[in-house]
Every structure is written in structure tokens, then in C-alpha cells.
Design a protein. Structure first.
Length: 104
């Protein structure tokens, strides 16, 4: 089984406390359904800072800022995509970027 980094972009937290709880419950259910394929459930992240090759620094998160990550095990890229398609962030306007990781 390969390991895939799931990078979450965008999405929004619902305003009401009840809707926030429902959103967090959906994440818990999704990760729970993945079971032991979840290597690291990850976490939300703050705004990123980018150090560019010319030494300049920008702290605006870029054109598509990261909002969180997870590390998930999958049999193939197609399997990882299938798992990502069930991610709750998609219901809140976000997206999931996938990349296979390699042990070195």
C-alpha cells in the first residue's frame, strides 16, 4: 500500500454551533470509515509563509492556500482519489490535492 498526502484547500466552517458540530462529526465519520488506512489524521493549518528561490518571503498563503492535511494509505492513486471524493471539505467549497509520498 502506498501513502498519500491529502492537502486540503479552502472550505469554510459553518457559522452556527450545530452546523459546526455536524461538520466536525462528518470529518470524524470519514476518517473513522477509513480505519487503519489513516496514518496521520492531520490537522487544520494557519496561513502559510512562502520562502521563494530569490530569498523573498510572502505570507499570503499563495493563490490556493492550504487549510489542512492528512496522510492516508491507499492501494493506488485511483483508490486515493476514491477516498478523497468522500472528504467532507468538498461539501464546504474546498478541494483535496493528492500526492504519493516516498520513504527515503
Amino acid at each position: 500500500m502506498a501513502k498519500y498526502l491529502f492537502v486540503y484547500h479552502g472550505g469554510s466552517m459553518p457559522e452556527s454551533e450545530a452546523d459546526q458540530k455536524a461538520a466536525m462529526d462528518a470529518w470524524g465519520q470519514w476518517l473513522g470509515d477509513l480505519g487503519n488506512e489513516v496514518i496521520d489524521g492531520g490537522a487544520p493549518v494557519g496561513m502559510s509563509t512562502t520562502v521563494h528561490s530569490d530569498g523573498s518571503v510572502s505570507d499570503d498563503g499563495g493563490s490556493n492556500p492550504t487549510s489542512g492535511y492528512s496522510l492516508i494509505e491507499a492501494a493506488s492513486l485511483e483508490d486515493a482519489v476514491s477516498k478523497a471524493k468522500r472528504c467532507p471539505i468538498l461539501q464546504h467549497g474546498g478541494s483535496v490535492e493528492l500526492a504519493e509520498t516516498f520513504d527515503v
